[in-house]
Design a protein around this ligand. Structure first.
Ligand code: GDP
Ligand code: IMO
Ligand code: MG
Length: 418
């Protein structure tokens, strides 16, 4: 049988710890691919006490042997990539490939994003990076693709026409048209810096699969932020679920193998929108403090609450998860009692599915005795009984095996359950 690609996806509202698990799995994979989102993603990876922040570059980059692919489903900001991320590493030529079909996220996209947020009655709480406007342009067929960087002169003209077509909108938002010669210089600079990475990544990936290389597909954001299946409109603008990997890389469903869903042992959300298990008490604050719940991309404080088994079960089904990686279990160390949301109360009824809108949904909790400490534990058998019981209950409620448990930010503090 032909080789299939493994995948990791976020099961909650992002920041589940995907970066750590991709980095962990990259040790046994040859190629790591991003398929959706842009530099709204922020993945912190800690290796031997050194912390790395990644946004667009796949988290496999810290494994010197792994090849990294940015697929066509990504919206790519050359500015962020060149000025911030690539600077962390020696040249990645030959180890990083960018799809010529990925869409360019240009400075005006961020300006539109921020202007729209200001104009909205109830802001989404976006990262302000321009993700929504870049995807909107793609769908409206007025976007520009990475492959067009090969001809900066022509692309300059196309962008200037785009400004002409959208003049009314830009006037209202007080966004100025770029100076033509500065724009051409900027695009030429992007071309010079990125040319060595740009290619047809779909064919490349097909070849890798044919050769039997081990491929890992790295989801960004989380299932509850998916444009179709998340808490719309408080979502991001791409398909974050596993199906997004097919369109975002040029794979077919039969190319997908084992799917690992990443979930924290509790739950967080950045930005606005419904979050049924949000905890506004000292306990929520304690999760934020101990878990250092501040965004990698925007530095915003993350809202914190209890594990939502209803939403996670839904996410496992949507993504076809073979296993869950349960992250940050150590953050719940020392709590007398830990809670899991097992059902929702919605319009006077008790339900165990995710309804059309999570606004106004109330959580129904089951409580468990807490444990002293799991921090740094690397073997399942050594975990306290109370922690094991918590994990078993999550498995029962989500109908999915917990195959990986993470007990600190460090790469090595990871339990693989046999
Ligand atoms: P991602 O966006 O899903 O990759 O997650 P982020 O990197 O934005 O957020 C996860 C944060 O939790 C990072 O700062 C990680 O270093 C940290 N982290 C990951 N796993 C663990 C864990 O098991 N315990 C603790 N305490 N921190 C962890
Ligand atoms: P990673 O990959 C957490 C959230 C934003 C906002 C909403 C829309 O690190 O898990 P956008 O800028 O995408 O238009 O914002 O989505 N969001 C994330 N939240 N983790 C992320 O990525 C996120 N990417 C976007 O906070 O609520
Ligand atoms: Mg993150």
């Amino acid at each position: 049988m032909r080789q299939q690609a493994d995948m990791i996806v976020g099961l909650q509202w992002g920041d589940e710890g995907k970066g750590k698990i991709v980095d962990h799995m990259a040790q046994t994979h040859d190629v790591v691919c991003r398929f959706a989102g842009g530099h709204n993603a922020g993945h912190t990876i800690v290796v031997d006490g050194v912390s790395y922040a990644l946004h667009l570059i796949p988290s496999g980059v810290l494994n010197p042997k792994a090849i990294n692919i940015i697929g066509n489903g990504v919206v790519l900001s050359p500015e962020n990539l060149i000025d911030k991320e690539l600077k962390q590493f020696p040249s990645l030529e030959g180890r990083l490939f960018i799809s010529d079909k990925a869409h360019l996220l240009l400075p005006y996209h961020a300006q539109i994003d921020q202007a729209k947020e200001k104009l909205r009655k109830r802001a989404i709480g976006t990262t302000g990076k321009g993700i929504g406007p870049a995807y909107a342009d793609k769908i409206a067929r007025s976007g520009h693709r990475v492959g067009e960087l090969h001809n900066p002169e022509k692309l300059t003209q196309k962008i200037l026409s785009y400004f002409e077509d959208h003049r009314v909108m830009f006037d209202v938002m007080e966004i100025e048209q770029p100076d033509p010669s500065e724009l051409k210089d900027l695009l030429t600079h992007y071309r010079d810096q990125l040319e060595c990475y740009i290619t047809d990544t779909t064919n490349l990936l097909w070849d890798y699969l044919q050769e039997g290389k081990k491929i890992l597909l790295e989801g960004a954001q989380g299932t509850m932020l998916d444009i179709d299946h998340g808490t719309y409109p408080f979502v991001t603008s791409s398909n974050t679920v596993s199906a997004g990997a097919c369109t975002g890389l040029g794979l077919n469903p039969k190319d997908i193998g084992r799917v690992t869903g990443i979930a924290k042992a509790y739950c967080t959300r950045v930005g606005n929108g419904p979050f049924p298990t949000e905890d506004f008490t000292e306990q929520g604050n304690r999760m934020a403090d101990v878990g250092r719940e501040f965004g990698t991309t925007t530095g915003r404080k993350r809202r914190c609450g209890w594990f939502d088994a209803v939403a996670t079960k839904h996410a496992c089904r949507l993504n076809g998860c073979d296993q869950i990686a349960l992250m940050k279990l150590d953050v719940l160390d020392g709590f007398d009692e830990v809670k899991v949301c097992v059902q929702y109360r919605f319009e006077g009824e008790e339900i165990d599915y995710v309804p059309y809108d999570l606004e106004g949904v109330e959580p129904i909790y089951e409580s468990f005795k807490g444990w002293k400490s799991v921090k740094g534990i690397r073997e399942y058998d050594v975990l306290p009984q109370e922690a094991k019981r918590y994990i078993k209950e999550i498995e029962r409620l989500t109908q999915t095996k917990v195959g990986i448990i993470s007990t600190s930010p460090d790469r090595k503090d990871t339990i693989v359950v046999r």
